[in-house]
Design a protein around this ligand. Sequence first.
Ligand SMILES: Cc1cc2nc3c(=O)[nH]c(=O)nc-3n(C[C@H](O)[C@H](O)[C@H](O)COP(=O)(O)OP(=O)(O)OC[C@H]3O[C@@H](n4cnc5c(N)ncnc54)[C@H](O)[C@@H]3O)c2cc1C
Length: 494
Amino acid sequence: MPPFPQPFVSTTSHWQATNRGPTSLWNHGRDAPLPASADIVIIGAGITGASLAYHLTREGGAGVGKTVVVLEARDVASGSTGKNGGHIAPAWYTAFASLVRSVEEGGGGCTPEQALEVIFNEQDTLALAQEIVARDKLDVDLWVGEKLEGKAVCGGANAVFTSAAAAKLNDEAYGAFHAALAASPRFAGRDVGWRRISDPEEARRVSRQAHAVATNIGPAGSCHPHRLTTALMRLAINAGVQLFSWAPVLSLRHETGWVLDCGTQGVIRAGQVVAATNAWTRHLFPTEKEGASIGAHITPFRGHAALVVPPPSYAGSAALRHTYSVENGPYLMHTPHAGIVLGVYNSTAVNAGLCGWVDILGVEDDSVVVPALADWLGAYCRRAYEGWGTEGQGEGATRVWSGVLAASADLLPLIGAVRDKPGMWAAAGFHGHGMARILTCTRGLAAQMKTGDWDERLPRVFDITPERLQRARHAAAIPTFQGVGGAVSEIPRL
Ligand SMILES: Cc1cc2nc3c(=O)[nH]c(=O)nc-3n(C[C@H](O)[C@H](O)[C@H](O)COP(=O)(O)OP(=O)(O)OC[C@H]3O[C@@H](n4cnc5c(N)ncnc54)[C@H](O)[C@@H]3O)c2cc1C
């Protein structure tokens, strides 16, 4: 059964709540009739659909001079994009171990060289975000600085490292990454832009967290994801793209071209179709939920995040200077004006007994906030940050929400041509790291739609080859993957 129109009212995030004015795109095209046909139809108006529409319509792009239509089941950035942590957080060596682990063991199945390509693609994405924001003068709260980050080699513990065991695994992962880097024909000698702090006193001083024992520091960014998506979509609209909100694609079939049924909104025919539907992709292929298909490759899961208004002890000159990824804790960034946005890792939540996998895996309902997770998010800063102090009325967690992400069976996004479906493309399965990947993925897809060739700036392992889909049938079942000390790990993620 199609998931739209959804039978519930979604929670509202900080980002959705702070971009509602006349320049936003809420309800855009909601009452307009669909055209009978288009050259290219993009399904989904998250950051993937919006940035693809943007790239397609830049000078010389595959969408220039063509009819490009975007169909969105709800509003722009109403999916994962509008609900996320706002963190553009390129991975470093902490992701390497997961990427080179076999798919059967819950990893990405990459060679060391492929893993390096995936990791450095995330740095390229942050650079591209800066380039686009500067070139197009976008007012999207882009911040570029450093994050305090780490991840133990077994994939379970994220750090600012708070245990000696995790800090040791951190050392081993570091060694494996640098050995691969030194041996790499393409990347040897590259300045990775990261440094490590192993002295607990220094880790504590820099992080302002009482239990920190070690940390990695490296390049990261953040932005207002709802405004970024809106800005890119608006530029695409200015270049001729037609956006229809509240136009869910209920089914699609291939005749001489594609025929998309949008229920009461009508039917539209398209020469080319792009699935930018992330967690909902499987519904476009209802008969393919098993086997080697993109529908079977992607599993939806629910995540939670909150906005915390800090007391004056963490405001102004005392505000946080870094973004964070904390072992047994959250990921966290600071907005320029509103406070701190933090999300809880699902491994943290399950291991702490705050919820079960049943509350997370396969869940597409973002109308619900699990109460224990809301409490945990609300208490985190008070608990973790030294000298946080008393929160007055209106400070602390003022908003908590949930959203739906897309786990990919081999941790990697699916980008490119859908081989058994002529004229169909996909960009989906971003596995909790979309903000650090999507701008380059959609640039690459737009280039491929123009030339027919893979964009070599993008890791080849993102390509949707039949072999890849076949191999992922044997991926470790989520969430049997075990992390540090046998604890259930994060849904395999970077
Ligand atoms: C709580 C939370 C925290 C996160 N934190 C981070 C973070 O800090 N950093 C990071 O990099 N990533 C984070 N993510 C993940 C990130 O948000 C996603 O990877 C990214 O937004 C995916 O973008 P997308 O456009 O592909 O998908 P989405 O934003 O989900 O967009 C897909 C769109 O397709 C539409 N759609 C689906 N099916 C149909 C259909 N049949 N017809 C019409 N429209 C359809 C949906 O309504 C939706 O708007 C987080 C996600 C959540 C939920």
